[in-house]
Design a binder for this molecule. Sequence first.
Ligand code: URP
Ligand code: ZN
Ligand code: ZN
Length: 464
Amino acid sequence: MAYDLIIANGTLVSAQGQEQADVGIRGERIAAIGKGLAKPGEAPKIVDATGKYVIPGGLDVHVHLELPFCGTVSSDDWLTGTRAAARGGVTTVIDFAIPYGQQSLDDAYHIWLERAKPKACIDYAFHMAITNWDRHGHEMEAMVKRGCPTFKEFMIYQAEGWQSDDRALFNALEKVKKLNGMLLVHAESARVLDELIARYHTPELMKQHGATLHAITRPNFIEAEAIQRAIYWSQVTGGQLYIVHMSTGEGADIVKAARARGINVYAETCAQYLVVDDSVFAQPDGHLFACCPQVKKPKDIERLWTGVNDGEVCVISTDTCTFTRAQKARWEGDFTKIPMGLPGLETLLPLVYTKGVLGKRITLNQFVEKCCTNPAKIMGLYPRKGVLKAGSDADVVVIDPTQEMVVDHATMETGADWNPYQGMSLAGFAEHTFCRGKQIVENYKCIGEKGWGQWLPRERAGTL
Ligand code: URP
Ligand code: ZN
Ligand code: ZN
């Protein structure tokens, strides 16, 4: 037989176009794409995709699985997190390996690998977080040689021991330029943010405003100023910069203007910033929605969708960092103590498809571009990932465009006992997902195998 599996008669959607074709898979790779491959005897298994979209597996390049953070550990681990991903049509995740205390980048890499390897049912890679420039700066070259060319710095989180100052940003950007790497930056202005938090961190104001203080203390300029500063350091050093989880319209304006000046800065947003606004904090369980940065205003949502359309937002990810109700309850009315983060992997593609494509904000091709192809290209995984092409990994997702499902945490793979999108009716869940030729979702049920996922070495980063 010519193939091990054929996905037949589907509408193949790429970042550029669509075609009716079959996908012939041999082993872990796509062997052929063409019409009429699905002849009797050509494969032991043929999946009929008539009337369905067939897309490359999604890449969520911003996740935190079992992350020690905010005094607890994010509750989706490498098993529940990657099962959730598979059900949502994501076949590759990139997590952030973060050194704590005196740890080296190498220590962090091994700790993350040990957690991921036995549990992951989809493929994965790591961005390396620089939490101490003097310790980690000289370790970057070895990490690039090992296959980790993307680094991360946080402009906030002093209490976690993660914060980078301008010196660290400047140095890291200089270094990634030399190494053909890329620096991902969490851009929020620490000193002013701390000042605003201090002003509002009183028993009276916390009683009066509850979880809405999380939003009140983070006005849009907190993100905008930091994005501007990071872009400036990128401009003067020539180091490739990628702004993670951009949440504001102002941020999108600044990125757009910088790109127009010839600075090749990339920006990602996350599904929550395209769908949820900060009115949620006034709900009785509003604290559940706290993530960092927080969701913003309806006008930011509209501006970010425009950015997805126009190009200044080139990737949509999730920043998955799940906490259960019990973990979120640690806040006890103090907005500075809420474990910050949301579940997201399972709903990334459905949200972008439903709110973006069906909502007529973006095209079907842009959906594939922002969730599959661009993240693969920018993170150095293309054309192995992010495209349906002979020779690429057989990461394939079949979506029935007519099948809507109501989001209910009780029926989901994520371990969370709540969901920010609870009750929403979404199309775009994966009917079938294949990761390197292996079926990991069948008829909307995850059948993924613990440990199937492989760590993905990458040579370089930062080219679209
Ligand atoms: O709320 C979030 N995003 N938690 C994870 C840490 C981060 O800043 O990405
Ligand atoms: Zn962040
Ligand atoms: Zn994050």
